[in-house]
Design a binder for this molecule. Structure first.
Ligand code: NCD
Length: 359
């Protein structure tokens, strides 16, 4: 059984196979209309969502399957204190495939470890959002014909956003050059930079100002300030206007730049760009439906995906990330994985943070 928890657990070949299947789904969605007849998708959303939950539900319905789940944990046994492990065991009796979104990093891994059904990560805290990355990479490939060698600018709140983290891994996997553009305090976290280096020997440039790099970019991927995850003491009001992408900001771009955004947007992306031919964010959102249809049928057996197997190491050392699920669910033992065979560095199996002192 294959889960879809972290983008970097897959190889380029597997993602390419998924994109080819997505091409087929887009060209004739009705051909896939009974692929999941009799199957049930459970959506466990412990955090707000519009696109991700509805597009997964729509994907399953368009495949001829059914859906159940909750969008508001206060209406489920979570409110009675049920653990994630027990919820996973129960739900995997009722559903053939599970999507979970959760405010703790690593929660989808816990569900996968206790479920008999494949589990998809629909976003965990500021860790990863791997299905968003599938639609992002798919959109880039469709608009540009390739990903390799492109200059991909990832702009905005790169610290607390999860979409930028998994996008950086995915883009690096395909050999793109990554240009992180973030105001001070919202930079790409060190642990993501370390993993990018170890996993892909990625070429990464970090700048604070879009104007320094706009003329070189092939893709500009804008992210919202993650107000709900800003730590206490960080003043939302004082940073919320620190980056706003409008016509003027992209005036000097290559003519074939594409502008993307995982949505929802707040004020970082001006409406005046919506009818600009460079704007691809609505197309990107629409691609999400088809990518998710392809992913569901793949995890239910259509493709033979082969995730990378990594050595798991149990250690009596707590994960340094206070937002990691292993620091919240008392029955979990700290667990780490070795990203590369023979490398000493260990990273939390759940949230991807390195053990303290790792280089
Ligand atoms: C993103 C998320 O949830 O991380 N939304 C989405 O799924 N498209 C981005 C965001 O909320 O800013």
């Amino acid at each position: 059984m294959i889960d879809f928890i972290a983008i970097d657990r897959f190889r380029k070949e597997d993602l390419e196979a998924l994109f080819e299947l997505t091409d087929e789904v887009i060209s004739d969605p009705f051909k896939f209309g009974s692929k999941c007849r009799g199957k049930i998708l459970a959506t466990l959303f412990y955090e707000p969502s519009t696109r991700t939950r509805l597009s997964f539900e729509s994907a399953m319905l368009r495949l001829g399957g059914s859906t159940l789940g909750f969008a508001e944990p206060s209406t489920s046994s979570v409110a009675k204190g049920e653990t994630l492990a027990d919820t996973a065991r129960m739900v995997s009796n009722y559903a053939d495939i599970i999507v979970i979104r959760h405010p703790l990093a690593g929660a989808p891994q816990v569900v996968a470890d206790h479920s008999d059904a494949p589990v998809i990560n629909g976003g965990d805290d500021s860790n990863q959002h791997p299905t968003q990355t599938l639609m992002d990479l798919y959109t880039i490939r469709r608009c540009k014909g390739r990903i390799e060698g492109l200059n991909i600018g990832i702009l905005g709140d790169l610290r607390y956003g999860r979409a930028p983290h998994s996008l950086a891994y995915g883009a690096a996997m395909f050999g793109a050059r990554i240009i992180n553009i973030a105001p001070p305090g919202l930079e790409m976290p060190d642990h993501v930079l370390l993993r990018l280096k170890k996993l892909y020997n990625a070429e990464v440039l970090n700048v604070t100002d879009l104007s320094e790099v706009i003329s070189e970019l092939d893709v500009l991927y804008v992210n919202r300030l993650q107000k709900e995850r800003l730590p206490e003491g960080v003043d939302y009001e004082s940073i919320k206007d620190s980056y706003v992408i409008n016509r003027k900001a992209v005036e000097r771009s290559k003519p074939d730049l594409i502008i993307m955004h995982p949505l929802p947007r707040v004020n970082e992306l001006a409406y005046e760009l919506d009818d600009d031919p460079r704007a691809k964010y609505f197309e990107q959102a629409r691609n999400g439906l088809f990518v998710r249809m392809a992913l569901i049928i793949s995890l239910l057996g259509e493709l033979e995906l082969k995730p990378i197997e990594r050595e798991r190491v149990e250690l009596e050392r707590r994960c340094p990330n206070p937002r990691c699920v292993s620091n919240h669910e008392p029955y979990l033992k700290p667990s780490y994985e070795r990203l590369l065979p023979g490398d000493e560095a260990l990273f939390c199996l759940y949230c991807g943070f390195p053990l303290e002192g790792t280089r």
